[in-house]
Design a protein around this ligand. Structure first.
Ligand code: ATP
Ligand code: MG
Length: 289
């Protein structure tokens, strides 16, 4: 009799202990790629509840990552649809008049160029997930800054200035990608200023970091937009001049800087202008990535 009671109690106790585990296992089974919203009931204390909370937090991150990916693909699809619609519309309406044919061809080539740029940007962002994204080499900053400054001046008829003179020193990083990041910033500066406006390119070494900046005297960016513009496909809605780009430029700059273990910062005031700062470690460190 005693034995029976004891085993009954043991059985009940084991059931109570195992119930949350069964719940956990049932929830895990019900989670699939199409439904990531299931969570485990984590009431109470104890190790199983703790495990449940860790599991739920992990599921939150996974669900988030999936959502981000889905939105990204969705947005990319929409961006690609626009030029396709334009091209199609023009080809359908094309008549036999050579003059109008010429115009259509030019327009189609223009749209194809835009699509091509977009696809290149998308490929670059996808590559950023890979280990060989960066080709690290030693960069002689003096010549790098001088050469880059002369490239920038070709981007538009502006009053280009070089801040802080010439930087002396070396860094390790991906020369092409860093160039690309700074050119993206300079392109934005050109797009948001008028002829002969002041645009400043600067560089300096401070401690174990090197900082590059692009300052423009354009229309500036409102405080509540300053975070958002680094997101993929983000463009300011009520901007005076609507962006003709896809809104991937700053997302690419951020990706490049962060792949180097650096950071991007923005100071901007409406009506006065914007300064974008890129801060890189002087020595690229494989491990931090
Ligand atoms: N220097 C700047 N001054 C004012 N607004 C800016 C500046 N740089 C970026 N922005 C705003 O931030 C948005 C996002 O910039 P981003 O470079 O990511 O995209 P884009 O220039 O619109 O397109 P893309 O660079 O892909 O051709 C721009 O559309 C613009 O509204
Ligand atoms: Mg841009």
């Amino acid at each position: 009799m005693m034995l029976l009671v004891a085993s009954l109690l043991a059985w009940l106790a084991a059931g109570r202990v195992l119930a949350p585990l069964r719940n956990l296992s049932a929830t895990v089974k019900s989670i699939s790629e199409s439904d990531l919203s299931q969570r485990i009931n984590t009431q109470g204390e104890g190790e199983v509840a703790q495990l449940g909370r860790i599991f739920n937090a992990m599921m939150d991150r996974i669900e988030n990552a999936f959502d981000t990916q889905r939105n990204f693909i969705n947005d990319a699809g929409h961006e690609l649809k626009t030029p396709i619609t334009i091209i199609r519309g023009h080809l359908e309406l094309m008549d036999t008049d050579p003059q109008s044919q010429q115009e259509t061809v030019e327009l189609v080539i223009d749209e194809l160029d835009r699509m091509n740029r977009l696809v290149e940007d998308l490929v670059l962002l996808a590559k950023a997930e890979r280990l060989d994204f960066l080709q690290i080499e030693t960069i002689e900053l003096t010549s790098f800054v001088t050469e880059l400054f002369s490239k920038l001046q070709k981007l538009g008829e502006r009053n280009w200035n070089l801040d802080n003179g010439i930087v002396l020193g070396k860094m390790t990083g991906d020369r092409q990608r860093i160039t690309q990041a700074i050119i993206n910033l300079a392109n934005n500066a050109v797009q948001h200023t008028i002829t002969d406006s002041l645009i400043v390119f600067g560089a300096k070494i401070e401690g174990d970091r090197v900082e590059f900046w692009i300052r423009d005297t354009g229309n500036g960016i409102a405080a509540d937009e300053q975070k958002r513009i680094f997101d993929r496909f983000a463009r300011i809605k009520n901007a005076r001049r609507r962006s003709e780009g896809s809104g991937l430029g700053l997302a690419i700059v951020k990706t490049i800087v962060e792949a180097h273990g650096g950071a991007i910062n923005l100071q901007s005031q409406l009506g006065i202008g914007s300064t974008f700062f890129l801060v890189f470690p002087l020595e690229f460190n494989e491990k931090q990535n």
